[in-house]
Design a protein around this ligand. Sequence first.
Ligand code: GLU
Length: 524
Amino acid sequence: MKREVRVRFAPSPTGGLHIGGLRTALFNYLFAKHHNGKFILRIEDTDQSRFVPGAEEYVQRSLEWAGIIPDESPIHGGQYVPYRQSEREDKYLKYAQELLDKGLAYFAFDTPAELEEMRSKLKDAGLVNLNYNSASRMTMKNSLTLSEDEVNARIEAGDPYVVRIKVPAQDEIRLKDNIRGWVHVHSSALDDKVILKSDGLPTYHLANVVDDYLMEITHVIRGEEWLPSAPLHVLLYRYLGWENEMPEFAHLPLILKPDGNGKLSKRVADKAGFPIFPLTWIDPVTDQTSIGFRESGYLPDALVNFLSLLGWNPGTDREIFSMEDLIGSFTLDRIGKAGTKFDIEKAKWFNQQYLNSKSNQELGEYLKNELNTKYDIECELATAESISAQLKTRVTFLHELVDSSLIFFEKPGEYDQKIIRKRWNAESETALKTFAQNLSGKEFSTSEEIKDDFQNTMNALGINPGKVMQILRLALTGEGSGPDLMEIIRILGSEESNNRIINATKAFNQIKRADQDEEKKEDQ
Ligand code: GLU
């Protein structure tokens, strides 16, 4: 019988969850859901020295915001509780003991200085692999070289020791990676890694393999940086007699810097001025605040869509995928081996697409609320909807919608002088004044009616409407470009528009006069 698909995202709470971690979580989630399986969040917190308070909670909040909801986790519970490795310590000891009993692991008492000495000796002998393994272990202080009595005496005396796995001298370790194909490693290239530390806690390798087995994980989908550890994990499965239950592996391609030169990192992102964390992260050690994607205005579904295409492709040109679409389409065979460039402009493009596809009603409600709380502006829902309809194609982020809507509520404070110099003349003055007069007292229900009115007024004056559009816009908004002008007039209403135009004509004339005075001075 085929096993139910069970995958896990297994972060260590050593800092803020990086965007690369969120992609790993997403790919695991999509794979699980595609196969009607389970997505598990397991917290790998056995390394006490790297523990960062708040990091676990941050992971949980980030996943929730992105809509990547675990079926089992420290907060959701599940059949395999607990999901925090620090609460499962007793389980690892048992397997470390089993390996010791079978002669597949051993105690080692070497001090850091002795380890250093060993490495430098190997280096002097011209070796490349400075490993603690079959080539060097018999020269060290461990239960393979010391007598049983001495080992027991040392342990009883409280000498610090670790437990190391005994990697075979001559063996080939093979594993099939779903993305990379067969990976072969000769055991002489491996290290007798520590599986139990001197504080009695397991290392990542032991805890990770034991938990994947106990939690019946079927597929290990993780970043490429874990590929070098995979042969050791295969060996642990073999030593513990779990080869038949070994999960399949898939190591995801690296996320590269925007120029493709090297790995994306927090430093790179900080320098380029884009976020790297899903939510704002305040480092509890340095107190440094890093603004998140959420706080920068990214919508979670846009970010998820963007991340889904970092390494995976649907095999077509299609780019817009909802979470449901992704679940339907996602397969491991469409993940590439090559590193994938992180292009923040593309992330913005997705955000724009998602913002644009929101209904005017949803955006209007948001805008009405924000205007009220941020600027103390009261605005009818219908007006907020009309404004949203005009602005949504022109902004990338929600907060820009709010900021750029202010032209509807605040009279222009300044005007672009270049446009005044270019476009303000006797003809445009007549055009604007006549149109303003014409507006007064009129009610328009559509922008089409306003357009007709404007055109008729211009025709009657014998003025080409195209020649005065920009200065009319400037008069109404203070800006040389923006959303549909007739819609702006409709939303502002006839009285407000009339007012703004009249005020502007006065300001334009003043500016023109000041210019002329300046010119005269220069001529004298
Ligand atoms: N705890 C590891 C990490 O921090 C998990 C790696 C794995 O998925 O095996 O990424």
